[in-house]
Every structure is written in structure tokens, then in C-alpha cells.
Design a protein around this ligand. Structure first.
Ligand SMILES: Nc1ncnc2c1ncn2[C@@H]1O[C@H](COP(=O)(O)OP(=O)(O)OP(=O)(O)O)[C@@H](O)[C@H]1O
Length: 284
């Protein structure tokens, strides 16, 4: 059994072996380096020899077969319908040696995941609120266009010189469209209260809002220091571990549907703006 599983991982690693520097994809895009490796895609920074532009080229991960191709095709269709300077622009979709590639504009920045876990950036409440406002501008745009992102996580937000870019529209869909074939699971924070079955009946817009709640908690945990006096590490909820203002705590609880959920992204944005004014936080 163990032999079969190590053989299959070996085969998958071989199938997903990334393209080398200077490989020409689709007879047009020259690989500079691989910039990302997600569960469903391999992403390269390339030079488009036709336009001379630097672009991002995402290949459906060969070992993930038709599901990865399905996600890449969806992502291409959605990017085609969007036009925003902080969302990658659709440029091309092509097949080369039976592999599918999506070409999009190259977005600058480090992921918020790298900033927190590799570069040890710390986000206080004011930073968290101002970054969330920037992200919400994009989420509001998406929702107004009739789409939901459904994967608003720290590895999908890029940050550079105070500018925020949103990527990875592989799980995004039109509001009202049936869910994708399957959806990756994500880590959840321990809550002070159990989520009732009532709360599972959530609209798609509020799925994005729930993700924003977790997104904010990741930022806020960057300044969390466990108490050294605790001899036994008891499991505590985020409400107990983080020292948040009562207003922000209540807003996150509403996002996570632990109390009276928001009616939609506009209501949450209105509250965020109110909080920025009330606390005199920088809005950007
Ligand atoms: N348009 C882009 N511009 C710059 N970098 C990008 C772009 N798209 C993706 N990347 C880089 O590649 C990484 C992985 O991309 P992406 O999240 O789209 O892949 P994925 O396979 O869908 O990943 P996941 O398993 O996290 O869903 C990103 O974290 C980012 O560093």
C-alpha cells in the first residue's frame, strides 16, 4: 500500500514538474521563473514576446486532471467579465502539448500570507481595518458585477506599497450559479459559540463575508502573544485570545454569523466606514 502511494506521489511530482527558465509556452510566452504553486495551478512570470509585457501565466496542474482544467476555464471566463486595476486582466487562454494555460496581467506584491508568516509583519486593529476596507472595495465591485469570489484568503491578496490586489478567481462564480464540483476545505478559527444549522443556510454574498471575517482574524493574530504564565495550554476562542475593541469584535462575530449577520457587503462596508471615522483610523 505504502509503495503504491509513494509511486503515485512520484508520478504526480513528475507530471507537475515546472517549466524551466526560458521555455517558450504557446510559442509566445518566455518563462522567467515560477512565482506560485497552488493546489490547482502552477504560475509563471513570463515575458510576452509579442507585446514585450511581463505577464502571469497559470497552468492547470497536470496531476489534478480535468478538475484543474475546469477551474482554469472558469477563472478565464470570470476574468474576461471583470475590469478593475486591482484584479488581473484576462489576456489569453491557450493549449500547449495538451496542457491548458491562462495568461493574465502580472500583479505586483507579496501575499498577505507571506507578509504575516515569512516576513513577520504585524497588523494592529487599525491596520487590519484599513486593509479590510481596501479589500472590501474590490469585493463590493465584484458583488455589484454579480459575482462572488468564494476564496478570499490571505494567499490570494497581494500587497505592494499600500496597494492591494486580489487574485485567484478559480472558485469564483456568478451569484445564483450552482457550487463548483467540490471545494477545498479551509482552516477555521475556534469560535466562542457553535454555528447553528440555521447559519449554514447562508447566501453566497455572505460566504465571502465569512471569509473576510477569517481574513481579518489572520491579520489580528499576527500580534497575538500567548501568555507565558499559562502552564496548561487551554483551548480558548479568538474572542478570549485577542484584545479587540468591542465594536470590531462584534463586527467579526456578525461576519462569522455568530450573531445577527450582515444583510450584504454594502451594510458591512458602511459599518467599516463608520468604525474608521469613529476611531480615527487611517482609511488607507
Ligand atoms: N496575476 C498574478 N500576478 C502575480 N502573481 C500571481 C498572479 N496569479 C497568481 N500569482 C502568484 O501565484 C500564487 C498562486 O496563485 P493562485 O492562488 O491563483 O493558484 P491556485 O492554484 O489557484 O492556488 P490555491 O491552491 O491557493 O487556490 C499566488 O499566491 C501568487 O503568488
Amino acid at each position: 500500500m505504502r509503495l503504491i502511494s509513494s509511486l503515485s506521489s512520484f508520478i504526480n511530482a513528475w507530471r507537475d514538474y515546472p517549466a524551466e527558465k526560458n521555455t517558450v509556452l504557446g510559442n509566445r510566452y518566455i518563462v522567467q521563473n515560477m512565482i506560485g504553486e497552488g493546489s490547482y495551478g502552477l504560475i509563471y512570470k513570463c515575458m510576452d514576446r509579442k507585446s514585450g509585457q511581463i505577464v502571469a501565466v497559470k497552468q492547470a496542474r497536470p496531476s489534478k486532471g480535468s478538475y484543474a482544467e475546469h477551474l482554469l476555464n472558469r477563472e478565464a471566463a470570470i476574468l474576461k467579465s471583470l475590469q478593475h486595476s486591482h484584479i488581473p486582466a484576462y489576456l489569453d487562454l491557450f493549449t500547449d502539448h495538451r496542457h491548458i494555460y491562462l495568461v493574465m496581467s502580472y500583479m505586483n506584491g507579496d501575499t498577505l500570507e507571506d507578509l504575516i508568516f515569512e516576513q513577520n509583519q504585524k497588523y494592529q486593529e487599525a491596520d487590519c481595518v484599513s486593509i479590510t476596507m481596501q479589500l472590501m472595495e474590490l469585493v463590493l465591485y465584484l458583488h455589484k458585477q454579480g459575482f462572488v469570489h468564494l476564496d478570499l484568503r490571505i494567499p490570494n491578496v497581494l500587497f505592494k506599497n499600500g496597494e492591494l490586489n486580489l487574485i485567484d478567481f478559480g472558485l469564483a462564480r456568478r451569484i445564483g450559479e450552482p457550487p463548483p464540483l467540490r471545494k477545498p476545505t479551509r482552516p477555521w478559527f475556534r469560535h466562542g459559540r457553535k454555528i447553528s444549522s440555521e447559519h449554514h443556510k447562508i447566501s453566497q454574498e455572505s460566504e465571502d463575508l465569512q471569509d473576510i471575517g477569517h481574513f481579518m482574524l489572520f491579520m489580528l493574530y499576527s500580534v497575538y502573544e500567548p501568555e507565558s504564565s499559562q502552564s496548561v495550554i487551554a483551548e480558548r476562542s479568538w474572542q478570549e485570545e485577542l484584545q479587540l475593541s468591542s465594536e470590531l469584535k462584534m463586527m467579526i462575530e456578525r461576519l462569522l454569523q455568530l450573531r445577527d449577520p450582515y444583510s450584504g457587503s454594502s451594510e458591512f462596508m458602511k459599518e467599516l466606514r463608520w468604525l474608521v471615522n469613529a476611531k480615527n483610523f487611517p482609511s488607507k
